[in-house]
Design a protein around this ligand. Structure first.
Ligand code: C2E
Ligand code: MG
Ligand code: MG
Length: 388
């Protein structure tokens, strides 16, 4: 970023001039001026659109788009100082911004440009203003959010159950509940495509409640001796809800299900607030609900979670199993995680087990549970019940 000092009366840029950078005003005042069509066929008049001061950006939108400036920027004060910001840098930041924010910015910019074009009497330009962010992602999100809300109302979310096997006995000890969205046009949508969207809005609460309710009904249907468990994924946003656990306990008691049959999985791929999780875990333990740390070993993995937070189960991310027979380092990490889980008294579930070779090896090193396509894919409840 280069610093420029200017004199009163200088033009920082002119209407129609090429723009490669925007400016951050450090000192002084800069006025934005445009021409407006004269009344009753008279000559055009100059109008002041804004006066900008310290900390404000100027010329950044034209720089982002690489289009000519739509106004004059005139320096009003002696010794004004601006920092130049490269257009490429602005484009890069916009590309990384939240799509909804980008759509909102686009809307505002379009309105502003249209207004300027009308002011200048340029009606053709007013109807053909371009987009500053160059995409429609944000709008797609609004649409998807609306459809997800409708899917919830029409109960078009489906919960599938993937078996979790106790390796030593070969017994199916329980299931993980995994949500799917049966979209009328796009078909079955994987949770990765919409859970994040639900998390960004308040929709994660009803989606989470839906899955919990379905999981409780599934437990009711899966009754057996020994009783299998169902593990439900909860996202960080749900942890703030005080009645999450009350809801589970109330349903469990109403259905007279044995304690211990519901587990919650919290994924490490979310930045967890350790205090919130600690409170949730102790609340769960007071109500005989076990808590698993999901996808351990990836992204936000934090070893402090393991000794500060009293997780009952650790689930190793499938990435390790995939690499286990390819890289001896990955295999040693799996061994180390198994030893660590044993040392802290947590059960271990290895995710993504796809071959008999992987299963044998994991059983051999003392891993208690396995989950993966080898044991079974996530299936509708009816299929799970029919296969028993
Ligand atoms: P997760 O909790 O780690 O779930 C395991 C994912 O791995 C599932 O993907 C499952 O289908 C997949 N998987 C299981 N075994 C294998 C295997 O052997 N090979 C391979 N390649 N994949 C396997 P899915 O169902 O697409 O779920 C993805 C993620 O979405 C879940 O990861 C979980 O974080 C999230 N999720 C799913 N349902 C819910 C939900 O109801 N609420 C919340 N908050 N998140 C959910
Ligand atoms: Mg999970
Ligand atoms: Mg997982």
């Amino acid at each position: 970023m280069a610093r420029r000092t200017l004199t009163a009366g200088d033009y920082l840029f002119r209407l129609g001039g090429r723009s490669e950078c925007g400016y951050l005003i450090e000192e002084g005042v800069i006025e934005l001026r445009s021409l407006r069509v004269g009344r009753a066929g008279g000559p055009p008049m100059e109008v002041v659109l804004a006066r900008l001061g310290r900390g404000e950006l100027v010329g950044e939108l034209s720089a982002a788009e690489g289009v000519p400036h739509s106004v004059d920027a005139v320096v009003l004060s002696e010794g004004a100082v601006v920092l130049t910001i490269d257009g490429e840098q602005i484009r890069d930041r916009l590309a990384r911004a939240d799509p909804t924010l980008r759509t909102m910015l686009d809307g505002q910019v379009k309105r502003y440009r249209r207004m300027l074009a009308l002011l200048r009497g340029n009606f053709a330009d007013a109807s053909a203003v371009s987009s500053v962010t160059g995409d429609e992602d944000g709008l797609g999100k609004f649409r998807l959010e609306d459809e997800l809300r409708e899917a919830l109302q029409q109960r078009r979310l489906e919960v599938r159950y993937q078996p979790i096997q106790e390796i030593a006995s070969g017994r199916i000890a329980g299931y993980e509940a995994l949500v799917r969205w049966d979209h009328p046009v796009l078909g079955a949508i994987a949770p990765e495509a919409f859970i994040q969207l639900a998390e960004e809005t308040s929709l994660i609460m009803p989606v989470g409640e839906y899955v919990l309710d379905e999981a409780m009904a599934a437990l009711d249907a899966l009754r057996a001796d020994p009783m299998p468990f169902v593990a439900v994924n909860v996202s960080a946003r749900q942890l703030v809800s005080p009645d999450l656990i009350q809801r589970v306990v109330a349903r469990r008691d109403a259905l007279r299900l044995p304690p211990g049959c519901v587990k919650l999985e919290i994924t490490e791929s979310q930045a967890l607030d350790p205090e919130q999780v600690a409170a949730l875990i102790s609340h769960c333990h007071a109500n005989a609900i076990a808590v698993s740390l999901d996808d351990f070993g990836t992204r936000y993995s934090h070893l402090t979670h393991l000794y500060r937070l009293d997780f009952d189960v650790i689930k190793i991310d499938q990435a390790f199993v995939r690499e286990m027979f390819v890289s001896s380092k990955a295999m040693n990490i799996v061994r180390a995680i198994v030893a660590m889980a044993q040392a802290i008294g947590a059960d271990l579930v290895v995710e993504g087990v796809e071959t008999a070779e992987q299963l044998d090896f994991l059983g051999g090193i003392g891993c208690r549970y396995a989950q993966g396509f080898l044991i079974g894919r996530p299936e509708p409840l009816a299929t799970v019940l029919a296969a028993r």
